[in-house]
Design a protein around this ligand. Structure first.
Ligand SMILES: [Zn+2]
Ligand SMILES: [Zn+2]
Length: 216
């Protein structure tokens, strides 16, 4: 697996060393070679460039994705989060499911954003590719033959950004800043610690959402 990821990334001469290293890690974390993840990765790189920011290491940018649940090419979201660094765990990835390969990348520092979407002809190409035929037949991505995955993967990541993704902006985007919570409270019923912004009150005593018995 690791050797294969290294071998693939080495062939992508259009990417710089940093991008290749991130992509190498992304393949390993994602777990298989497919068409959706590299599309998201490329779109993420294009959006960073258009917005004029680096891959996020802290919490200064934010990604909103409109990919839905339970449909093909959902792996697109992984590529986007790996390329931009706006990861789910850092709370920088928000999913608003609409079944679209569209997203918003926001620079929280200056309130600028770009909106990206994969071009129709690229989506059509992905849905007509042999990889998708295997997936429709119920073949797991790791069991799809390499000739149906590696070529597509390399082809996507060797294409110019503007042939794959359309990006509007930068434009102003209004950010509602909320204070992060640094306090913990013990649930009066189960005894577990919970972040204070998630407590509920029952008869005036704090309880966690699992112990909360009122209807809302
Ligand atoms: Zn995938
Ligand atoms: Zn509880």
């Amino acid at each position: 697996m690791f050797d294969k990821s290294r071998e693939l990334t080495k062939k992508l001469t259009k990417l710089n060393d940093f991008q290749r290293e991130i992509l190498y890690s992304s393949i390993n974390v994602h777990g298989h070679i497919c068409g959706g993840m590299p599309l998201g990765f490329l779109a993420g790189l294009a959006a960073l460039e258009k917005l004029g920011i680096e891959r996020e290491r802290n919490m200064d940018s934010m990604l909103v994705v409109y990919v839905g649940n339970n449909h093909a090419a959902g792996c697109f979201v992984d590529g986007l989060q790996f390329a931009t660094g706006c990861t789910f765990g850092k709370g920088l990835l928000k999913k608003e499911p609409k079944g679209k390969w569209e997203f918003l990348l926001i620079n929280k520092k200056n309130g600028e954003a770009v909106r990206g979407r994969i071009k129709n002809e690229i989506i059509e190409g992905a849905f007509n590719a042999p990889f998708m035929s295997y997936r429709r037949k119920g073949v797991n991505p790791t069991d799809v033959p390499e000739d149906a995955t590696h070529d597509v993967f390399l082809k996507i990541l060797s294409t110019d950004f503007d042939k794959v993704v359309e990006i509007d902006g930068p434009f102003k985007y209004e950010i509602v800043r909320k204070k992060p919570c640094f306090k913990i409270v013990k649930c009066s019923r189960c005894g577990m610690y919970i972040a204070e912004n998630y407590i509920s009150l029952e008869d005036g005593t704090p309880v966690c959402l699992d112990c909360f018995q009122y209807g809302r």
